[in-house]
Design a protein around this ligand. Structure first.
Ligand code: GLY
Length: 326
């Protein structure tokens, strides 16, 4: 086990004991609700352009909700990003199917899953949140709703992604778990100048997945969770693993009990590894990113490949390597 710079094994044990204590007394008031008015944008992986789009909104005193939507739309429109939106690698039947969700500081949320033919699932998710009484629409229903809202239908399978799929078809080896470092779902969190915290998550999911497979990214509590009084968390990697531990929600709840975003991300990854065992977990690429309402950032991953992009008034789109368990 590789101890992180912030938490040695001994410290982790102490932290676990502390967290067990605070959890057992359900001490909600343990969380210091000190808000800052400092805008912060943080996103999974190397996403300076996404952060720049989000920053443009919060730097002009705009809403964190608009910021995360604008940020997520950048990789969705980028054909070179093969894990998100247009240009995303297809499923094993050659269909590009997209998942996304969005959540605001009041726990309003919207999600779409298994959507085909629409480049910006994050904006459809926002429309689900704002224009329907529901939280999630999937498949044909989500597509009908998108059409009714004026979203443009288009082909999302680029020549490059089709070529990669045809190459994959030659062997058709279905190994959904063995892809360390190959996943770059974007999760983006923003704290605006008014202290409002929001998040968005968007993906084309696992490359060459089974038709109909949906991962964590559109699942509120797995790929994304926001509590405007506490903090927000988002995830990237093998979605089945985040769903099993309700990863993003778990991190926010750990933060509510007093853990820092860093300690909460580390605990979530270690929980996942305890359940899977180290041997299997070594093959799983999973990472979490968290932001507290008082402006602290945390990140942790299973393997040593995860990086994230941080934007504050003092740091313009810095790419930071995350600590990892292995
Ligand atoms: N984390 C994205 C997915 O597994 O689909």
């Amino acid at each position: 086990m590789k101890p992180s710079a912030t938490t040695s094994r001994r410290e982790f044990l102490k932290l676990s004991a502390l967290s067990a204590t605070v959890l057992s007394v359900n001490s909600v008031s343990a969380f210091p609700l000190t808000k800052t008015n400092k805008p912060i944008v943080v996103s999974t992986w190397r996403n300076p352009d996404a952060n720049a789009a989000a920053w443009k909104v919060v730097a002009a005193n705009g809403r964190a909700l608009d910021a995360v939507e604008q940020g997520a739309r950048v990789p969705e429109a980028n054909p070179k990003d093969t894990s998100v939106g247009y240009g995303g690698l297809p499923d094993r039947d050659g269909c590009v199917t997209l998942d996304a969700c969005i959540m605001d500081e009041k726990s309003n949320c919207g999600a779409v899953a298994f959507v085909q033919g629409y480049k910006h699932p994050i904006s459809i998710a926002r429309a689900v949140m704002e224009k329907t009484p529901h939280v999630m629409l999937v498949g044909k229903g989500a597509e009908q709703f998108a059409a009714s809202q004026g979203f443009k239908k288009e082909n999302l399978l680029t020549r490059e992604s089709e070529k990669a799929w045809k190459e994959w078809l030659k062997k058709s080896e279905y190994k959904p778990y063995h892809n360390p470092g190959q996943h770059d779902t974007i999760g983006i969190l923003a704290l605006d100048a008014n202290g409002k915290l929001c998040g968005a998550c968007t993906t084309s999911g696992m490359a060459f997945k089974m038709h109909g497979r949906v991962g964590d990214s559109p699942i509120i509590g797995a790929g994304l969770y926001v509590d405007g009084e506490v903090g927000a968390a988002t995830a990237t990697g093998v979605g089945e693993e985040m769903i099993r531990i309700a990863g993003s929600n778990s991190i926010v709840e750990l933060m509510r009990q007093g853990l820092t975003p860093q300690a909460a991300c580390e605990e979530a990854i270690k929980r996942l590894i305890r359940k899977r065992g180290e041997e299997k977990a070594k093959e799983l690429s999973v990472a979490f990113l968290a932001l507290s309402v008082n402006g602290e950032v945390g990140a942790y991953s299973t393997n040593d490949v995860f990086e994230y992009t941080l934007t504050t008034p003092d740091q313009m789109h810095s790419v930071i390597r995350s600590e990892s368990y292995f």
